[in-house]
Design a protein around this ligand. Structure first.
Ligand code: NAD
Length: 448
């Protein structure tokens, strides 16, 4: 990479106390603003939720049910598998008793919360619920089937919400005769702990439905942020842009521990590969397979494999299998660099005809972070996100962007958007990667 000219300021410079204060104030204001969606006309208010439903008692359904219970809202849960129900009950009880152990709540409150969660015998038990969240498998036809059934039983005026993290909310809504009552509520894992709530507004979602989802989110103690429909919504779509650079840097010469280390020094609690190991590599693998199939259906060349594909082929799915981008000692979540991964990475570089080279930490930060900012600006340009602050809230609360830097857009503004644009121009030219070219949204923001 070209390193001529005066040495630029390090991107991971620790923010001054004044900068940190300004970042905190920005995030606080942005959270308040996000709940005032431009999509809700004056005078439109939501309805107060008195009784809720959840479909699916897996990882997310449990956390969502716990959130309702903590807010004093009774919740009926329909789970088709007895085994999953039993596991879910034990997980919910365990979570409440840990909260008692840490003196967050007392025994009586834990008992009240537990009693607010009851098992529904079937969809017909949702007749009284005025807000139903679907959290079944990430499969469009399964979700459409659930929504068709909910449409049959739910009261008029009830909101039907999906917790999908990547599917088309409009396609899910189309399984009902009331698409205006369908909205995405994208909770983050663990759903009873994480504050971010992306509220996904479909093409037909009414302002009343959106207002109800936002006010419910606030009542659950969440930070609701309205977003539009697109692949990955706001948070995950930006994550794809960020991860694509990290994946490419692996092939060009870096190793997971170098990339994660550079981003941790910037302030992320975990780097992208440690996060991938925590979430499970099969999740991203399934998304990549779907995107490849969609590209093939459009007659486009599918994207090249990434290192994660090779790891999945070997059953290295992350922490849950004891190995992914790192290896793990039994009972210990500390990621340990693994020479076997280094070998897999080197082999994949060779297979793709890439000559590996030393990669500097600055290049890692520039490519990952500027791609992130570029993606955020693109989404703003498309109107999928309403405000720069919304993007910042999503990344600070849901993806571990260092809060002391105020979120990616706040950080980039502080650095200077014209500086980001010229760096992206330089990086796109040096790498030949068109995805690093400044997006129209970024160019528009930079001149404003
Ligand atoms: N796990 C995460 O980190 C995460 C984060 C955000 C969003 N999501 C999304 O949340 C949804 C649920 O994910 P999860 O991780 O909880 O999945 P999971 O596999 O842990 O749980 C899904 C549950 O739904 C049940 N189920 C399936 N079909 C059903 C039906 N027709 N009726 C009733 N129950 C049914 C299953 O038995 C299972 O218990 C998915 O759409 C996923 O993409 C997951």
């Amino acid at each position: 990479m070209d390193s001529s000219g005066p040495a630029p300021e390090p991107l991971d410079r620790t923010p001054t106390p004044e900068e940190q204060q300004a970042a905190a104030a920005h995030l606080e204001r942005a959270q308040r603003d996000a709940a005032q969606s431009h999509r809700i006309p004056d005078g439109v208010t939501g309805t107060e939720v008195e009784s809720a439903g959840v479909v699916g008692f897996g990882t997310m359904g449990r956390g969502i049910a716990l959130s309702f219970a903590a807010a004093g809202i009774p919740v009926a849960v329909f789970e088709e598998s007895d085994e999953a129900w039993i596991r879910g009950e034990a997980a919910v009880a365990g979570s409440l008793s840990r909260a008692v152990g840490r003196s967050k709540i007392d025994e009586a409150e834990a008992e009240r919360r537990l009693r607010r969660i009851r098992r529904a015998g079937g969809f017909e038990d949702f007749g009284v619920a005025d807000f139903i969240v679907e959290a079944v498998f990430e499969d469009l036809s399964v979700k459409q089937e659930v929504f068709a059934q909910l449409d049959e039983v739910a009261e008029p005026g009830a909101v039907l919400a999906t917790n999908t993290s990547s599917l088309d909310v409009n396609a899910i809504a189309s399984a009902t005769r009331r698409p205006e009552a369908v909205v995405g509520t994208h909770f983050f894992s663990p759903a009873h702990v994480m504050r971010l709530l992306e509220v996904v507004v479909g093409a037909a979602t009414s302002a009343e439905t959106l207002a109800t989802a936002i006010s419910l989110g606030l009542r659950l103690g969440k930070a609701p942020v309205p977003v539009g429909v697109c692949d990955g919504f706001v948070g995950n779509r930006m994550l794809f842009a960020y991860r694509r650079q990290a994946d490419q840097l692996l092939l060009e010469g870096a190793l997971p521990e170098q990339i994660d280390g550079a981003l941790q020094r910037f302030g992320f609690r975990m780097g992208p590969f440690a996060v991938a190991d925590l979430a499970g590599l099969d999740i991203g693998g399934a998304v990549r397979q779907r995107l490849a199939a969609e590209a093939a259906a459009r007659g486009e060349t599918p994207p090249k494999p990434v290192v994660a594909d090779r790891l999945c082929e070997r059953g290295r799915l992350g922490q849950k299998t004891g190995a992914g981008f790192y290896r793990y000692e039994p009972g210990n979540r500390t990621p340990l660099p693994d020479p076997e991964v280094a070998e897999i990475v080197r082999r994949e570089s060779a297979a793709q005809g890439i000559d590996r080279r030393p990669v500097e930490d600055r290049e890692i930060l520039e490519r990952c972070l500027f791609a992130l900012v570029n993606g955020g600006a693109e989404i703003l340009g498309e109107g999928i996100a309403e405000r720069e602050g919304d993007v910042d809230v999503i990344w600070a609360l849901g993806y571990g962007f260092p809060r002391e830097r105020g979120g990616p857009m706040h950080w980039a503004r502080h650095l200077g958007l014209s500086e980001v644009v010229s760096s992206l121009d330089r990086l796109a030219a040096a790498t030949g990667d068109a995805r690093l070219e400044p997006s129209r949204g970024l160019l528009e923001l930079a001149v404003r």
